[in-house]
Write a protein that binds this ligand. Structure first.
Ligand SMILES: [Zn+2]
Length: 187
């Protein structure tokens, strides 16, 4: 990963590494599109990866009014970028299509884990036990798991909630057994 200095894309779009190592090519977004250089190629600006001086020079000569706005944009968005821990390699956020495609690692969970998740969801959201029997919940669960999991009925759910309660109660009893004093107002 290169540690290329952040450059606000509203002003200059990163177009890849330049032939000179340690430099990158940028397209000025403020120039009219399809500006060609002397050789008839698309005009790109080369700038060192550790400074924005060449880009600033271009702004000064071609778009003098934008120098301050550019510096400000690089400062603020650069901070945001670092906070989000995004890399500086020029790779942008994946598109929705890319995110949904098979490139993304599939998460495989077991039936037991699925049951535990349902349990957490019902308890955490204070939902009625009969929620698991609603066609909407069944449709939702089958939809997100491609029908791979058995959805527990409300009797099973009630039993599992009771099991969890007994386990938590026993764990609490075990803790309290070992302690010599308890501050009751702390609960
Ligand atoms: Zn320009």
């Amino acid at each position: 990963m290169t540690s290329r200095m952040f450059v606000c894309e509203t002003f200059f779009k990163y177009r890849g590494p330049a032939s000179k190592s340690g430099n990158s090519l940028f397209q000025c977004m403020k120039c009219p599109p399809n500006v060609l250089n002397k050789e008839g190629k698309e005009a790109l600006l080369s700038c060192s990866d550790v400074s924005r001086n060449n880009l600033k020079k271009h702004l000064k000569s071609k778009h003098a009014g934008l120098v301050d706005a550019f510096e400000e944009a690089c400062k603020t968005s650069g901070k945001k970028r670092n906070a989000n821990c995004l890399d500086e390699s020029g790779s942008s956020q994946p598109t929705i299509r890319e995110s949904l495609s098979s490139k993304r690692q599939k998460t495989i969970i077991s039936q037991t884990q699925f049951d535990e998740l349902v349990l957490d969801y019902i308890i955490g959201s204070l939902l009625p036990i009969r929620h698991v029997d609603t066609p909407q919940f069944i449709e939702y669960s089958n939809g997100i798991s491609s029908g791979n999991f058995k959805i527990m009925c409300r009797q099973t759910l009630a039993k599992k909630i009771d099991d969890r309660f007994q386990t938590s109660k026993q764990a609490l009893i075990d803790i309290l057994k070992k302690t010599s004093a308890v501050c009751t107002t702390a609960f």
